[in-house]
Design a protein around this ligand. Sequence first.
Ligand code: DGI
Ligand code: FE
Ligand code: FE
Length: 190
Amino acid sequence: MQEQLNHVKKRVKKALDKERWEHTKGVAYTACCLAMAHGADPDQAMLAGYLHDCAKCIPNDEKFSLCKKHKIQLTEVEQRNPYLIHAKLGAFLAAKEYGVEDEAICHAIRVHTTGAPEMSLLDKIVFIADYIEPARDKAKRLPEIRETAFRDLDEAMRMILFDTIHYLANGTKEIDPTTQETYDYYQRQQ
Ligand code: DGI
Ligand code: FE
Ligand code: FE
């Protein structure tokens, strides 16, 4: 595992710009800590954190051509909002380029932007770590969400999804049906 982590770290660092690499390290360590707090595997969470945005810095035209080449189906919402593609493409690259055989890690990468109903423990840890890592500073009520994340993952999911849906609606951004479904699902779980 340590060997795989070192290998992945080196390669991901090269694939990202400086700011995205700083964010990525924050997500990896935050995911690791959340795993410790909630009885998940810290190494697995760390590896997922390092890889979650591995496709983020690929130019959009290249994202489209890679998806076409590897027959990765894109929804219309993804075609209209290409920054959403890095989740699906990242999951593919984690398996095919970075040699990750753990499907749970690839799944966590795949759902890290929109979320999904019935997420696994690892999925939630990566999703939440992405939102609360130390370099994040723009989202509302971060201190409250950060504190909640170490006590109650589902409550943190509800808070993040609530804020994200409202942020997207206020900015008149298109809401992916999966983001909406995830929001509805975690609201019902209360
Ligand atoms: O890649 P990161 O910036 O670290 O984080 P991310 O993969 O969670 O992407 C964050 C952005 O994605 C944030 O600005 C909210 C946006 N997003 C999440 N769900 C949706 C969405 N954007 C649109 N247009 N529609 C969604 O449903
Ligand atoms: Fe992302
Ligand atoms: Fe991220």
